[in-house]
Write a protein that binds this ligand. Sequence first.
Ligand code: GDP
Length: 364
Amino acid sequence: MQHPENDDQYKGLKVNKGVASMPTINPYLRKRLQRREYSADEYVNGILDGNITILSQAVTLVESSLPAHHALAQEIIEKCLPHAGKSMRIGITGVPGAGKSTSIDTFGMHLLGQGRKLAVLAIDPSSERSKGSILGDKTRMEELSRQKNAFIRPSPSAGSLGGVARKTRETIILCEAAGFDTIFVETVGVGQSETAVHSMVDFFLLIQLAGTGDELQGIKRGIMEMADGIIINKADGDNIDKAKLAASQYKNALHLFPPAASGWTPQVLTYSGYYNIGIKKIWDMVDEYMRFTRDNNYFFLKRNEQAKYWMYESINESLRNAFYQNEAVQATIKDVEQQVLNDQVSSFVAAQRMMDTFFKDLRK
Ligand code: GDP
């Protein structure tokens, strides 16, 4: 019987004629894959043009652990460097629940309203959250993520804190070359990541809450000493008085610290990220800090110090990687570790033995 499909008038689904052999890769996908292989100059031109797709792809190269990507990424960074450095870099930290995402959303919209372009990056080496990553779900910054002048990038997830931090620092350079004049580096306020963030930003903003008993914690961990501004969130509704009280406690606590090298006195402000209260004051403070430290030259001094710091950090990171990835080291280190555990050799002798193994292998 004649199938209705074969009738010219048939309007339903038609079955295509079969092909002898299927392509192993979807031809459209192949095209897309081919398109991804830019040269370093193409990446750089795309970035300088402010092309966000190319910027994202370049950041992916920076984050990649493949040696070929590494070389290309370094070339791109090198070429972007002369176009970077002109932004204001702000570190933002606070414990989970302090309101970082809510605040960044509100701060971001405020800054975009001033005609700024904002990149939001993160350092979150704690792997618990890095699968979806701290900033992975952009719903955390709902409004900001819809804006064309905002670029939100989750934390690079793999690797040591040093490695993750280096990648974020390199991403800052690419974002600046792409025309972002304000960079946020967010970190979740636990562990050592604050120090890493502090070493790559101009201004360090600490988000605190009133009445959580965290106040002294912050002091203990030395985070308050790093802060150029302490801002107490959720100063809304019934919480306003508590927030004000906390602010005066923080101000008192700050007197305990020696004056900062910048000559700047850290300020304490209250605000509500959710209800959009007190936001302008915060950014006036940051602007004032930028003026103040540019006038007294501290801004440039600090950036120089940071550049030096990152040189040594990169050396340390490369040495560490070279050591642990060395085959001779990998072949023996577990045995030597066991000897230490069995009290057969001291930790120091064992370490020396491993270093000797490494250097001997290099000389081969
Ligand atoms: P993060 O973990 O530091 O990123 O914190 P979130 O931004 O996710 O906020 C944690 C919770 O606090 C959420 O339920 C927010 O809605 C709430 N929150 C954040 N900012 C404010 C604020 O200014 N006022 C009030 N009342 N709640 C807030």
